[in-house]
Design a protein around this ligand. Structure first.
Ligand code: PGA
Length: 245
């Protein structure tokens, strides 16, 4: 059971597992930013927006109360990019190898960014059962984290995103919160250093299903694609993570 967050308790006094994180992955979409200029602060949830590279500066300048993230590793000049998504299935589909992903993770963590490593199995693997999916994901974790120094795991997040659950794929539907929680718990046990990382779920998260995912102690946050493009939908998901809904 999760410890209740004390109202008024300063953020820095809370341990990581009590604070949920909601990460928007805008992919190549450019939402109308005039709808985002009065984005409200949230006291409990950590809110990250990962816009397309071309919009990083504009989002940084115009959307208040959010933490800036990027959709792949890179150097971002003066922009305050704190989080980077690495190994998203879209990048893997484009040909990014586990070797390259491992390198990106190590480099990003070494320069002080927080890395969100996406792992997840294709539909044909999941059709063979959750145990097959676990073996697939364990392989990704071992290859992608092989180069990471033990002291950098506190800045690592693992996003379990089964490929078949991502809304842009035909017939996509969210995984069950129970399976997602079981998978994240399994991943956490793969390497001892992972006890210091954070664990989130992605794949067709909506305001409707978010309470069931975020209500699980194993699921410390959500990576949200489609539902993050609409500020009202996105706010609803954050309110659930924030406990202010
Ligand atoms: P989705 O995307 O929420 O639209 O399924 C998630 C992602 O691809 O990160």
């Amino acid at each position: 059971m999760q410890t209740a967050i004390q109202v008024g308790q300063p953020l820095e006094e809370r341990v990581g597992s009590q604070r949920k994180i909601v990460v928007a992955n805008w992919k190549s979409n450019s939402p109308d930013l005039t709808q985002w200029t009065s984005f409200p602060p949230f006291s409990q949830a950590e809110v990250v927006i990962c816009p397309p590279l071309s919009l990083l500066k504009l989002v940084s300048d115009t959307v208040p109360n959010i933490i800036l993230g990027a959709q792949d590793a890179g150097s971002f000049g003066d922009l305050p990019v704190k989080y980077v998504i690495i190994g998203h299935s879209d990048r893997r589909k484009e040909g990014q190898s586990d070797e390259l992903i491992a390198e990106k993770i190590q480099k990003s963590l070494a320069v002080g960014q927080k890395a969100i490593l996406c792992v997840g199995e294709p539909r044909e693997t999941r059709d063979l059962g959750l145990e097959s999916a676990k073996s697939f994901v364990a392989g990704q974790i071992q290859k992608d984290l092989g180069a990471v120094s033990a002291d950098l795991y506190t800045n690592l997040l693992i996003a379990y995103e089964p490929i078949w659950a991502i809304s842009t794929n035909p017939g996509a539907e969210a995984d069950t919160p129970e399976n997602a929680a079981e998978m994240l718990k399994f991943i956490k046990g793969i390497l001892p250093e992972l006890s210091r990382a954070r664990f989130i779920y992605g794949g067709s998260v909506t305001p409707e299903n978010a309470p069931r995912f975020l209500g699980k102690s194993e699921i410390e946050g959500a990576l949200v694609g489609k539902a993050s493009l609409n500020p009202e939908e996105f706010k609803k998901i954050i309110q659930i993570a924030d406990g202010s809904n």
